[in-house]
Design a protein around this ligand. Structure first.
Ligand SMILES: [Zn+2]
Length: 180
């Protein structure tokens, strides 16, 4: 099921996600995360981007040569990193904003798969890039947090628009009696 994307201005995007402890009941949620990500044409999605406070993210870069299957990561922790690369990023929670972000080129990641199995593995290329963007979300960090104060000024109006829109949507949900 496709769920609405939470955009900038909602506090769930600024908080540390809770660990996944019960892996027996996340199957539907993972499916919803993939459905939503494909619908919005993203290549990665963190659970808090659909309003779920869990340390869980999905990635699908199988359209590239680099990877041939979709991936699920829970309880992620970067234990090492190396190198540096600059790539232009966009974010489903920051519509119409794109800019270059500098990040490590390779990471070592400790995580659990959808069955709860503990894995430690090295990632590079686009996969490392997407993972770092989504792991930031789960730590309450967004790509605009990397902007200098001067660069931030450039996006100030757009961010204010997004904040206002998010507030209106939250009020609408309250008035309809639905709190998600
Ligand atoms: Zn994002």
């Amino acid at each position: 099921m496709v769920r609405p994307i939470i955009t900038y201005g909602d506090p769930i995007l600024s908080k540390l996600a809770k660990p996944v402890s019960d892996f027996s009941c996340i199957e539907d949620l993972i499916q919803d995360m993939f459905d939503t990500m494909y619908e919005e044409e993203g290549i990665g999605l963190a659970a808090n981007q659909i309003g779920i406070d869990l340390n869980l993210l999905v990635v699908d870069i199988s359209h590239t040569e680099e990877w041939d299957e979709s991936m699920v990561f829970a309880n992620v922790e970067i234990t090492d990193f190396n190198g540096e690369s600059v790539i232009e990023e966009g974010c489903l929670s920051l519509p119409e904003i794109r800019f270059d972000v500098t990040r490590p080129e390779e990471i070592v990641l400790k995580y659990q798969d959808q069955t709860g199995k503990q894995i430690e593995s090295e990632f590079g290329g686009l996969m490392a890039r997407v993972l770092q963007h989504e792991i930031d979300h789960l730590n309450g960090v967004m790509m605009i947090d990397y902007l200098s104060p001067l660069q931030f000024q450039q996006y100030k109006n757009r961010l204010q628009e997004l904040t206002n829109r998010q507030k209106e949507e939250t009020q609408e949900q309250f008035s309809r009696g639905i709190v998600l």
